[in-house]
Write a protein that binds this ligand. Sequence first.
Ligand code: BMA
Length: 343
Amino acid sequence: MSEVKILNAGSLPNIPWQDRPADLKTETPVWRYSENPVLGRNPTPEIARIFNSAVVPWEDGYIAVLRGEQVNGVPYVYLGHSKDGIHWDVEREKVPFTDEDGNPMMPHYAYDPRLVKVEDTYYIIWCGDFHGASIGMAKTKDFKTFTRLENPFIPFNRNAVLFPRKINGTFRLFSRPSDSGHTPFGDIFLSESPDMVFWGKHRHVMGSGGEWWQGVKIGAGAAPIETTEGWLLFYHGVSSTCNGFVYSMGGAILDINEPSKVLYRCANYLLTPEEPYEVSGFVPNVVFPCATLQDGDTGRIAIYYGAADTHVGLAFTTVDSVVNYIKSHSVLHYGDDEAKHNY
Ligand code: BMA
């Protein structure tokens, strides 16, 4: 197979990195940082745990929007700062959201943030409350002012993830329609918008089912990575056991011009809870990817994932090894490979 390259990512020579250990027993192309977790319990007096969180390069280091579970149990989002993407300083104050006139407009709660740069703007997307679980969105250019965009979707919906660029002239966003609780179903859908305000032309991308690790529900994880083989998507898949849900990470490759069309979908998980900080914590047996960093020069990818709703873990792969693994273990499910208008 020809070597797969990352497109339009630029250089990130200081990407957090460790080589794949020689003694790994698994064949999965994703391996963990040996000093995991990189964030966890009680980082500030206000926050009990930090987990499902998103990171981007910023100035001479990195900035993160972190899911911090407050000591009253209510989730919120906080900024983190790091020189190396591994050691983090966590702000004690919540992200100060405002409305479009600059007036304070804090969500009641906010969890599972994603942080994606599109053109010259950074978008934070989270799950909040709008008469039920739904998608919150805000934009910033300086990480000082955070302007909310009025409710992009009606409830119930979560796991919204933006594409890092327009496709055929429109912005694209994944989401996962749900219900009010620990939803026992869920597929990934794609929506498009000319202006980041009005979203429509919704299409179905991938369903749950098939292999057992993703049999109950799935949701987009990190912003898709543009590659020479298509959009590389890391997502979470959920299985049900007699002790509750188990969250694993999967991978798929989507058509570069029509990303509702799945080209390859890995039948095996890429990462599943195995380490003590993944199998034990506030919610055991959860790995929940929310962000990646990538270096276009080397093809290195660093994946940030929530572990057991308690910690942030870091894992690594290369674009060539992960795309080829997905391709060589691909099983498509009913309708995955079609562009689906469904009307
Ligand atoms: C999902 C979300 C995630 C969480 C996961 C496992 O429904 O609430 O924030 O990590 O459950 O508890």
